[in-house]
Write a protein that binds this ligand. Structure first.
Ligand code: PLP
Length: 621
């Protein structure tokens, strides 16, 4: 059976139970029953399901791995973590994150003023806040307000200019203060080492961020002269997201560890932490594992490297901070998108227009017989015969010897033969099979926008696991490409013969068919674009109680049409008036009809822009 690579990317979070894919938690509800439950309340279009228990699991895994490593190595430095808000700033996510992290003192990282405000409002006092990225005077002043409000906040400087501004704000803010309070200061280093993969640009000498060794020494001197050296608390680096290999991190750790030790020996007595940034990878692959290390190995390598350097250089073992974001957020969200249409349904046995026996061209009759008697043992031979016949039949058509119905029968029969052969030869991993799959791929039109919901696929080709939510007890036979509903040919996930996605042959007029797109909780939501004005899908939080019963909370419906236009700063009053006047002045409608049309129009305006699917079609409006 096809498990859609669940054993590779699923991390035990979901399981296949007969027909459906279920949440492996509590009473294990199927994603299908959760989806139907929400849709029955009238929510249409795609759904983004959030599972806070999966956020908790990732936080526990991260902290657990470092706690074990610290115990094993008898490491005296502490472990801390902050969540980088850029990975997901949505309130339903951030609030769940804070709630499930409980007593762990898990903090937040901010990279802009708006994120800093979220961090200040949501981080429990005492848990760390780190601030990265480019900062102006106001942003630095905000960090001072946070420090004075009691937050444990560290400003990481990315360049000398920022330090000059910090010193300026420090002088202004603390001029008349009885006890001067300044945020802790971190220094981001410009790594010599680089990461690997599509997000590796954050490391290396040409990277956008960080101080060179010369600048580090300069910054150190500036702090000393200002009597702020006691605020220097952290060395920071970030090697790039989604590290597929551990090697480059080990190099970066040695680089950062030695800089920490050098500065400490120089006299930075309160320097006590190394912040290793993010980068911990998520396994998105449905076919071959792409990450070459485990979280245990990751934690052990970090702790071991820090311990070695501290020993060699005779300095105290630093506290370790991580800013892993993708690893924490990606698993919690599943996008559920309904299939609207299959494009080549005409290649169906019922579409054949065969003439009475004896009246079909002999080669068409032969194709029909081949199709009927196709078995695993003769599949390859019959397929080759069929392809041969097709060439001859198409030539016969061009020469005027057979008619359009014969040609249509040829197309259908050959397509059916190829389809059946692909199913019969499925276990072979041959080039011929790949070619055949490519040839008969089906286009599934799916009610979602790739630009909105999978921007990293659109921009960078990042793969996300896709599987149907049901029919999993049946072998899928159709090599699938996924088309979204935007009017843009880039809104497509093409069929990849080397990593084939096979879906079921369904009749969407008769039954619902949903696809789940997994691991979409990191970066995708806020990077999502409103191309064609498709906005963030309706989201719902799924919680489990102590008995394992699930319930849906925190539903936020996708924006309705008028809200979308308001966001673009349209004058809604003017739009409303224009639409109304057009109907009222229409010569095509009588008074009763006008009322009915207006009623309909206002109903439509209250809905979102995604398309209606079978359930809403069958269920009236
Ligand atoms: N920290 C910094 C400074 C970053 O720039 C990023 C992301 O680019 C992260 C942490 C989070 O990285 P990831 O999501 O790969 O864990």
């Amino acid at each position: 059976k096809n498990d859609y690579g669940l054993s590779i990317w699923g991390d035990g979070n979901f399981l296949i139970d007969g027909e459906t894919v279920n949440v492996n938690h509590g009473l294990s509800p199927s994603l299908l029953e959760i989806t139907r439950h929400i849709r029955e309340q009238g929510y249409k279009g795609p759904l983004l399901l959030r599972f806070p228990h999966l956020i908790r699991k990732q936080i526990d895994t991260l902290f657990g791995a470092f706690e074990r490593a610290r115990r094993e190595f008898k490491y005296s430095g502490k472990f801390h973590a902050v969540f980088p808000l850029k990975v997901n700033q949505y309130p339903n996510f951030v609030e769940s994150l804070i709630e499930v992290s409980g007593r762990r003192r898990y903090g937040l990282e901010a990279g802009s003023k708006a994120e800093l405000i979220i961090a200040m409002a949501k981080t429990p006092l005492g848990a760390p806040i780190t601030v990265n990225g480019f900062k102006d005077k106001e942003m630095i002043a905000l960090a001072f307000i946070a420090a004075k409000s009691g937050h444990n906040i560290t400003l990481t400087i990315e360049g000398i200019n920022e330090l000059e501004t910090i010193i300026e704000v420090h002088r202004e803010c603390n001029r008349d203060a009885s006890a001067p309070i300044t945020p802790k200061i971190g220094m981001r280093i410009r790594l010599h080492s680089t990461g690997v993969g599509i997000w590796a640009k954050s490391g290396g000498y040409s990277s956008k961020f960080g101080l060179t060794s010369t600048e580090l020494l300069e910054a150190y001197e500036m702090l000393r002269q200002e009597d702020l050296i006691g605020s220097l608390a952290m060395i920071h680096f970030h090697i790039g997201s989604q590290m597929s290999e551990i090697g480059p991190l080990k190099k970066a750790l040695r680089e950062a560890g030695n800089i920490y030790a050098e500065l400490k020996r120089r006299g930075a007595e309160n320097l006590h932490a190394i912040n290793i940034g993010g980068g911990l990878a998520v396994e998105y692959s449905q076919h071959q594992p792409s990450r070459n290390y485990s979280i245990k190995e990751f934690a052990n390598d970090v702790v071991f490297a820090m311990q070695e350097i501290a020993r060699q250089k005779g300095v105290e073992e630093p506290d370790i901070f991580t800013e892993s974001g993708r690893f924490i957020a990606a698993p919690h969200a599943v996008l559920v998108a309904p299939v609207l249409e299959l494009f080549s349904q005409e290649y169906h046995e019922r579409s054949l227009r065969l003439k009475p026996e004896g009246q079909n061209p002999p080669l068409v009759q032969e194709l029909y017989d081949l199709y009927r008697s196709l078995k695993r043992t003769n599949a390859r031979e019959y397929l080759h015969d069929a392809l041969d016949h097709m060439e001859s039949l198409l030539t016969l058509f061009d020469l005027g010897y057979i008619d359009l119905e014969d040609r249509s029968n040829t197309e259908i029969l050959v397509n059916l033969i190829v389809k059946k052969t692909v199913t019969l030869l499925e276990r072979e991993n041959s080039d011929e099979l790949k070619r055949l799959q490519n040839r008969i791929q089906e286009k599934y039109l799916v009610n979602f926008s790739i630009f909105q919901s999978l921007p990293d696929f659109w921009g960078l080709g990042q793969h996300f696991p896709i599987m149907p939510l049901h029919r999993l007890d049946q072998r899928p036979s159709r090599p699938a490409s996924i088309w979204d509903i935007t009017c843009d040919s880039d809104g497509e996930i093409p069929f990849d013969p080397d990593a084939p996605l096979l879906l079921h042959d369904i009749d969407v007029e008769e039954e619902e068919y949903f696809l789940g797109i997994f691991l979409t909780g990191a970066y995708q939501e806020v990077l999502g674009m409103r191309h064609n004005l498709f906005t963030h899908p309706t989201e719902a939080v799924i919680e489990f109680d102590e008995e394992g019963e699930w319930s849906v909370t925190g539903i936020i419906e996708a924006q309705n049409l008028m809200d979308i236009l308001e966001d673009l700063d349209y004058d809604l009053g003017q739009i409303d008036k224009s639409l109304k006047t057009q109907i009222e002045d229409s010569e095509h409608l009588n008074e009763t009809e006008k009322q009915a049309v207006l009623g309909k129009l206002y109903l439509y305006l209250s809905e979102n822009s995604y398309l209606k699917t079978i359930q809403s079609r069958l269920g009236g409006e």
